[in-house]
Write a protein that binds this ligand. Structure first.
Ligand code: SF4
Length: 211
């Protein structure tokens, strides 16, 4: 299958998921959350490197919130930390989207002694953790709080945010695909020494100077 056809199929599937999200019932979602159960134990593991990958990926909704709170400098491109890079035939490295910076010990840059220091402005991923929706279904990440008793009013608020996050992430991904015009990319173990870092997101393409 040609690259263009492949991307068009992915786009169609993402657009269908957005359309299908209209039929997700907030009430059913809240009931499912109550049945799964969740009570934050305040362990902060989700903000620390102890969970393995604690990357907080950001939507443009989150980035705008971070701007409002004066914390826009806390974001960075989601460059792969492993030893593989997405490269093009000219040796440039491509990456997709933004995440929160982390301290040298791996903790989120906003984790303080008393917990999250930007609590009212925290990203959707943090607001909804450990819940998320994938392909229309509620999923839960590993969390010590799973199974805890959760009042229905709290579950309703959570359901609302989980659904909002799902739709915003889908829309961000759709816009990223629409803007993305590059040729096929492939995995490379080493970027060229003078490579450009090219970031793609829902607002277009950005060539970054500092690698
Ligand atoms: S923004 Fe706040 S809640 Fe989210 S990972 Fe960082 S410290 Fe934790």
């Amino acid at each position: 299958m040609k690259e263009k056809e492949y991307r068009s199929l992915i786009l169609k599937d993402l657009e269908k998921q957005v359309m299908d999200s209209i039929s997700i019932s907030l009430h059913d979602l809240a009931v499912e959350i109550v049945h799964t159960g969740f009570r934050c134990s305040g362990c902060g593991r989700c903000c620390k490197f102890s969970t393995g990958d604690n990357s907080v990926l950001l939507t443009y909704f989150d980035i705008d919130n971070l701007k409002k709170s004066g914390n826009i400098n806390a974001i960075e491109p989601t460059v792969a930390e492993e030893d593989m890079f997405l490269a093009d035939t000219e040796g440039n490295v491509h990456t997709f989207g933004w995440r929160l910076k982390r301290k040298t010990n791996g903790e989120c840059v906003f984790l303080g002694e008393g917990g999250c220091t930007i609590y009212p402005f925290r990203p959707l991923l943090c607001r909804t953790y450990p819940f998320y929706i994938a392909e229309g279904k509620l999923e839960i990440s590993e969390c010590k709080g799973e199974g805890g008793i959760l009042p229905l009013y709290h579950a309703r608020r959570l359901a609302n945010e989980v659904l909002q996050r799902y739709i915003i992430e889908l829309r961000d991904t759709i816009m990223t695909y629409r803007h993305f015009k590059e040729g096929p990319l492939f995995l490379a173990s080493q970027p060229a020494s003078d490579y450009k870092l090219i970031l793609h997101d829902s607002r277009g393409k950005l060539i970054l100077d500092d690698k």
